[in-house]
Structure formats: structure tokens, C-alpha cells
Design a protein around this ligand. Structure first.
Ligand code: 5GP
Length: 190
């Protein structure tokens, strides 16, 4: 539908906020939207696929890409866990006219917002901390230590949500999905 030069949707949210479900929902719409596959150095989870969810890189390889200036942005999101957006695919897909959906942390989101300016819309998906805590422990993908680190990070990141173009409170997943859809639709139409 929208075949001009591509635009950028940046989503940030605490893990456990329903972000992945909302992102998948947006990708299913006729928004000509492609997911930006990040590189990262953390261990692959059982259900994840290299080149689909992330490009899982060894830390040395990740650092070589930093040196070669191959990242649009990168962050050490957790201690010794690096995540970054590789320039190549993003630039290529934008030129082809695709819109791109990024799922990245708050600092990365701010870097991308600065880079893409008015061609980007940044969305923060929020949820009450007790619900997040419950979802994260039910998901059972992190060790207890990692869970504590993640919750700490969520509290810190939440302080920066005011810098986003849009904040969506996910109290009801269906409503949150619809709000995100409307927001992206309006932005792409502009
Ligand atoms: P997870 O390990 O749960 O997949 O992701 C951890 C955090 O890293 C999430 O907040 C996710 O949005 C963020 N993240 C994923 N890819 C990138 C990226 O390319 N750059 C940055 N800065 N953060 C990312």
C-alpha cells in the first residue's frame, strides 16, 4: 500500500510487556513492513532461529563489526550481552520502499529516532511492573539472576518513556494491538 521511500517504526518495551505479540500483529498488516533482524551475542533460546529472530554472533565477531562501522546503533543491553542493528539490510530495504519495524532497547530507540527523525515513529509499550514480573517468571527463559537484572533494567528504562512519540499501556492485549495498529497506520499515511 505504501510504496514511497520506506519509513521506520521503533518499538521499545520491557520484556514481558506483550511487545513481541504486538510486533507480530503489526507485521501481519498490509503495512509493507519488514522486521529488522538485530545481531546479538546472547545465547540462542530453544525456540529461536538464527537469521530469523537474531543473527547470533560471537562477541569477537560483534566487536569486529563495531570496528568496521557496520552498525547503525549498538548497545551492551545487559552486561556482556551486545545487541545491534546492522546498517546493510536496513538501508537496502528502505531503498526498496519497505517500512521497517525495529524492536530495540530504549537507548537504541533514541539513537534511531535521532538518525531517522521525522521518518520514524517511536512507540513505547508499557505494562504494570507486577504483570511484567509475573509474565517473565512464567516464561521461564531466564535464570533467577538474569530475571533480577531484567527487572532492574525495566525500572530504569521506564523513566525514559516520556521521550517516545507514543506510549501504549498494555492492560488488555487486544486493545493494545489495535492501538498500535492505528498509530502505525496514521503515521504511514502522513
Ligand atoms: P531479548 O534478549 O529479550 O531478545 O532482548 C533484550 C533487549 O534487547 C530487548 O529490550 C530488545 O528490544 C533489545 N534489542 C534487541 N535488538 C536490539 C538492537 O539491535 N539494538 C538495541 N539497542 N537493542 C536491541
Amino acid at each position: 500500500m505504501y510504496f514511497k521511500k520506506g519509513k521506520v517504526i521503533i518499538i521499545s518495551a520491557p520484556s514481558g510487556s506483550g511487545k513481541t505479540t504486538i510486533a507480530r500483529y503489526l507485521l501481519k498488516q498490509k503495512f509493507n513492513l519488514k522486521f529488522s533482524i538485530s545481531a546479538c551475542t546472547r545465547e540462542k533460546r530453544k525456540n529461536e532461529i538464527h537469521g530469523v529472530d537474531y543473527f547470533f554472533l560471537k562477541t569477537d565477531d560483534f566487536k569486529r563489526n563495531i570496528k568496521e562501522n557496520n552498525f547503525l546503533e549498538w548497545e551492551e543491553v545487559y552486561l556482556n550481552s551486545f545487541y545491534g542493528t546492522l546498517k546493510k539490510d536496513v538501508e537496502y530495504n528502505l531503498k526498496l520502499g519497505y517500512n521497517i519495524l525495529f524492536d530495540i532497547d530504549v537507548k537504541g530507540a533514541m539513537s534511531l529516532k535521532k538518525h531517522f527523525g521525522k521518518d520514524s515513529c517511536s512507540i513505547y509499550i508499557d505494562a504494570p511492573i507486577n504483570i511484567i514480573e509475573q509474565r517473565l517468571s512464567e516464561r521461564n527463559t531466564e535464570t533467577n539472576k538474569d530475571l533480577i537484572l531484567r527487572l532492574e533494567k525495566i525500572k530504569q528504562e521506564s523513566l525514559s518513556k516520556i521521550n517516545f512519540d507514543v506510549i501504549i499501556e498494555n492492560l488488555d492485549l487486544h486493545e493494545a494491538k489495535e492501538k498500535a495498529k492505528k498509530c502505525v497506520e496514521n503515521f504511514l499515511k502522513k
